[in-house]
Design a protein around this ligand. Sequence first.
Ligand SMILES: NC(=O)c1ccc[n+]([C@@H]2O[C@H](COP(=O)([O-])OP(=O)(O)OC[C@H]3O[C@@H](n4cnc5c(N)ncnc54)[C@H](O)[C@@H]3O)[C@@H](O)[C@H]2O)c1
Length: 419
Amino acid sequence: MPYDVAIVGLGRVGLPLALSFADRGLRVLGIDNDTERLDTVRAGRMPFRETGTQEVLDRVIGGDGLGFSDRVVDAAQAESIVITLGTPSFSHIEIDMRDIRSALDDLLPVLRAGHALVLRSTIAPGTTDFVAGYLAKHRGFAVGTEVYVAHAPERIAAGRFLEEIVSLPCIVGGVGEESGEVVGRLFEVFGAPIVQTTPVQAELAKIWTNILRYTNFALPNLLMIDCEQYSANVFEVIDLINRDYPRGGIANPGLTAGSCLRKDFAFSEERSNSPGMLLAVSRVNESVPLFLVQGVKRRIGPLTGRKVAVLGLAFKAETDDERDSLSHKLVRLLERELADVAIHDPHVQTPSASLEEAVGNADVVIVATNHPEFCGSEALAEIVDVASPDCLLVDPWNSWGSAQVFAYAAEVPALTGRA
Ligand SMILES: NC(=O)c1ccc[n+]([C@@H]2O[C@H](COP(=O)([O-])OP(=O)(O)OC[C@H]3O[C@@H](n4cnc5c(N)ncnc54)[C@H](O)[C@@H]3O)[C@@H](O)[C@H]2O)c1
């Protein structure tokens, strides 16, 4: 076969994976139906930022080891087919498998004995067995001996792909022992430990990895909202919880979102034994933008015509990924208050104002994303120098180190120790 592996979906997961396989000498076919994206990659440019991947692309582009196609059927030219398509959730609290179903339907007529089909996307428990059943039902394949199907979930954090693909244990949940072995051999090329398990355990392990993070962040977020009710300082309470206490470890609050955290809990919630528990976690995280807007209004009154600077549009620090970012929700809520919103984010593709333009004469400055540029007392001093003298500073992350979610600029010297 002309290719060792086909990667279907060259997004933030699929493209770094395709490049990493090619960089290790495998013949790779990258497939995406977004032809603009394919043109960008063919021209040797990464369509998004992922640390170190531009250098890998520079190394592998133009060689014999990396081909591209916009047709899913071409994946049959490879021994292994890795699906890295998006898996959003419906508002019905249910996985949206339309992209995966569509790719499966394209592949059905061209799959042959010996093919390995790997689901790298995040999927609801039971999906790998569904896919195996789909192949058996529609093509009569004996999955596990004739064709191989496995879930090998992507657990790498955005921005750390190249560092973590070689170190994070690679979970492989094969349908039948042989599927696990075949897919394990494919991923062995990265040198990280391969951990074999069942498909459903691999699915549960991936989504509960994200549920753990989502829930961990909901706790300080709820504490922040409760502290406002009691006029308590959340950062002082967190310090009291964690300081020299062996069973502490609560995180700081912030805007907790992103396309993975916001939807993966729904894959568990769709058939949960404790319906609503994780929805409550989601409700807490989703309510943080409104909590900030209401906190600002409580302090300075109606926002009509007041200038509010929002710092950061990305869903987390040091990424250009804005998908499902709560910053956008914050901006929408502020606009509904008729505020004059100015935005600054040096990382994302959405055009935004310079820091000086955004913050100049602002009545309110909100750190929505804790990018390194917005952290530390120097960054705070720069803002205070140009913002309105009675500006309200809002920093749920404590990125300035002032340990106040809401503080007036006049209080800043005392807060930062700057005279
Ligand atoms: N982004 C992350 O950091 C991350 C981390 C771990 C797991 N995941 C999971 O990995 C999966 C992929 O996530 P992502 O962020 O890379 O998604 P993405 O949206 O960035 O990438 C999906 C790609 O598939 C392409 N595509 C869509 N339909 C197609 C079709 N029918 N044929 C060919 N190409 C098609 C799109 O053009 C896009 O380039 C999801 O299940 C996600 O939950 C993502």
